[in-house]
Ligand binder design. Structure first.
Ligand code: URA
Length: 205
């Protein structure tokens, strides 16, 4: 990554965050993605919800969680009593990483170096928003926020110490639920994610 690394921009407010992120070439993912996908939500949000990285739909729309995983998230969040418009929703990595396959772009998980590199932007967002609780959806966000790469399923539902004394609630990623092969497993995992999101709402009430 070293040769594409550019100096970190100065970011003191939301406008500088948005401009700096669009111009970011600190890692090679910026070269193939359509655009960086910034986090979105009110500047005084108590909850910051962190996913993995934008998918195909998010890369084109420039907004987080608008594709199939986002639709599932919206449905379960509503069931949990979580008003998405009052939370700040973002990703651990801000550019879509994919493998071209014909006309399709197949999602590839970001590697540890890419997650470590992009944590700089997540730190900027945490500094600007100052959430009271972080929600890590999936292993990438959990690693980015806690430094712990160990198995997610054993940790889900727990609150772990996070950066700058902000607690991190560990939960499932909606894409994981969509990939589960049978309906019973999907229902159980959906109930787990819904329960965790309801717990997050309670913790910041
Ligand atoms: N998956 C994510 O992790 N983030 C998005 O924004 C969309 C899908």
């Amino acid at each position: 990554l070293a040769e594409t690394r550019t100096p970190a921009p100065v970011v003191g407010d939301q406008a500088e965050y948005l401009a700096g992120l669009q111009g970011c070439t600190r890692c090679p993912l910026a070269q193939s993605a359509t655009q960086a996908v910034p986090g979105e939500g009110p500047p005084d949000a108590a909850l910051m919800i962190v996913g993995e990285q934008p998918g195909d739909h998010e890369d084109l729309a420039g907004r987080p969680f608008v594709g199939p995983a986002g639709q599932l998230f919206d449905r379960l969040a509503a069931q949990a009593g979580l008003d998405r418009s009052r939370a700040y929703v973002t990703n651990a990595v801000k550019h879509f990483k994919f493998q071209p396959r014909g006309k399709r772009r197949l999602h590839q998980s970001p590697d540890r170096d890419e997650i470590d590199h992009c944590r700089w932007w997540l730190d900027v967002e945490r500094r600007l928003i100052r959430p009271r609780l972080l929600v890590a959806m999936g292993g990438t966000a959990a690693y980015s926020l806690t430094g712990d790469k160990s198995g997610l399923l054993k940790r889900r539902g727990s609150v772990e110490p996070g950066p700058d004394d902000t607690p991190v609630l560990i939960t499932l990623h909606p894409s994981y639920i969509l990939r589960l092969p049978d309906e019973t497993a999907r229902q159980k995992a959906s109930a787990d994610l819904t329960g965790d999101l309801a717990c997050a709402v309670e913790l910041v009430r």
